[in-house]
Design a protein around this ligand. Structure first.
Ligand SMILES: [Zn+2]
Length: 253
């Protein structure tokens, strides 16, 4: 069976500039998942009213309550962060939060268990340069971070996270592209060829810092022009992968 080809986008941290991102996404008819914490010491977060407004057009995913790195928290606190963030978001949006994202990409095997127990369907990591269909739905990678990392940073970051496939594919798929727009286009080309998921992820505040709004608009326009790719939210992707795995499992068994 041929591997299907998907396009998904995720936006982290719930910054008020996400409203600007949402407008751009709408203009190109793209789906996305916004991972939103209730509070964040490092960056401003949207008002509840804005979170609610976004939830009418996009998927909203859990990103803990206070945006703390879960790997370094005691179990009780990590559990509360995951659970309270989920309840807060569901309360604000009136919809179930199915997708989760680890703050700062930090997690352990124990964190994964807590996220599963909280009732999420899957979780996004910061494993870069990954465009295959996720096998482990709680360790879902991304193709491209919309930030132009040097090759040294790309490789070091991937090695630190033991993301060895990400190191290999940084060269094989992305041809060591530094420019994130080119890096993403190469992910799209690979997914059109081999199947998988072209997954663009970013922070709206980072796009603003880099003055990359025009570039983001171009990347969205390009993504929207690739008609072979099925557009999904992160949560829809998790649900699709889960049912594929169930089918494969029953076929094999
Ligand atoms: Zn974050």
């Amino acid at each position: 069976m041929q591997t299907p080809a998907y396009l998904t986008i995720s936006v982290d941290d719930g910054h008020p500039l996400d409203m600007r991102t949402a407008e751009l996404l709408d203009r190109h008819g793209l789906k996305a998942t916004f991972y939103v914490p209730a509070a964040n010491r490092e960056h401003e977060v949207m008002a509840k009213k804005q979170v609610r407004e976004l939830s009418r057009r996009f998927e909203m995913g859990g990103h803990t309550y206070n945006h703390l790195p879960l790997a370094s928290l005691p179990d009780d606190q990590a559990r509360a962060e995951i659970r309270d963030g989920k309840h807060w978001l569901e309360d604000v949006t009136g919809q179930p939060a199915r997708a989760f994202c680890y703050p700062q990409g930090k997690f352990t095997a124990r964190t994964v268990e807590l996220v599963k127990k909280a009732g999420f369907l899957g979780a996004r990591t910061c494993f870069f340069n990954r465009s295959e269909l996720p096998r482990d739905l709680f360790r879902c990678g991304v193709s491209t971070h919309a930030y132009s990392h040097s090759a040294v940073i790309q490789v070091r970051h991937a090695l630190l996270e033991a993301n060895f496939k990400g190191v290999v594919d940084f060269f094989r798929v992305h041809k060591a592209a530094r420019d994130w727009e080119l890096h993403f286009q190469r992910a799209v080309a690979a997914v059109e060829r081999e199947g998988g998921v072209a997954h663009l992820y970013f922070h709206s505040w980072e796009i603003d810092d880099m003055r990359d709004w025009a570039k983001l608009a171009r990347a969205f326009e390009y993504a929207a022009s690739r008609k072979e790719l099925t557009r999904v939210t992160n949560g829809e992707l998790f649900a699709i992968c889960r049912s594929r795995q169930a089918t494969d499992g029953s076929a094999a068994g």
